[in-house]
Write a protein that binds this ligand. Sequence first.
Ligand code: NAP
Length: 309
Amino acid sequence: MDKNLGAPLFDRVALIGIGLINSSLARIIRRDGLAREITACARTRRTLDKVKELGLADSVTTDPAVAVAKADLVVLGTPLGAYREVTENMASGLEPGCIVTDVGSVKACLERDVAPFLPEGVHLVPGHPIAGTEHSGPEAGFAELFEGRWCVLTPAQGTDGVAVDRVAELWRRCGMTVQMMDGAHHDKVLAITSHVPHLIAYTIVGTATDLEGDLRDEVVKFSAGGFRDFTRIAGSDPTMWRDVFLTNREAVLEMLGRFSEDLVALRRAIRRSEGQLLYDVFDRTREIRRGVIDAGQHIPPKGPKDNGD
Ligand code: NAP
């Protein structure tokens, strides 16, 4: 029996979009009794049938306004490109005092796509649990996904403190460490730690796919030489990642500019046979890897493999 049983944090939680992230949250809420009731909302009947089959929610609907009725917590878990439409559609069902949070990989955009459409008295606490895999849909979720990871909350100044504390407590109960951050700062940090690395993976797998004949066939055969890890990342959901790049455009372009300069410098070092320069760069990056290990962020969760998005 889990230690958290018998202490619900919320009465009725509405999960808007129930894929990898929100279904993992649903599994924890269920397992640990963190809410009395869960309502799940998705676009398609197929997803909602799966949710019912897996027992992840008490009720399901395709209508966001119906889903959020009487909810004291709403968690947006759709791709970022759907935020505005979903928020507009659910607004009429929201009641004063309700907390709206989300799990999206970009944060500054909520001020534009969500905040203006919320009724008076509804508290917005944007969030990003930095944990994920390359798999999608409610069947891909698992309760251990968030354990030992960071969750960033980016509430605007003046947000109700109790609302922020309640969202923070939810993620702590999921096994996460919570950090407050400015939304724009979050987007810059994630641009370099997550978004640009995904773009590199998409690029290199694309480049390999475009190679001619023999060379391309050998790519799959010898993929264990580093390419395999890129293919895993490049297997991530295309809709989610399209929206991440379109939503975090400025920060990604800034970090991509820096990355491109450094790549050109390494290319030049190879061309000029500057071994010491190459060694120094690789030696420095090895230190970063050690730092990641020291911080315990290299360990995959107990479930399917993680890529920490
Ligand atoms: P997912 O598995 O692809 O699921 C997305 C869900 O959103 C599905 O239930 C889908 O319903 C629903 N949806 C899509 N468009 C919709 C619309 N227009 N209206 C209503 N519902 C809609 O997604 P995910 O991987 O859990 O990611 C969800 C969010 O978490 C994204 O914003 C992403 O940036 C963030 N995030 C993802 C990861 C990761 O590793 N995947 C990690 C951290 C944060 P249908 O199935 O019916 O289409």
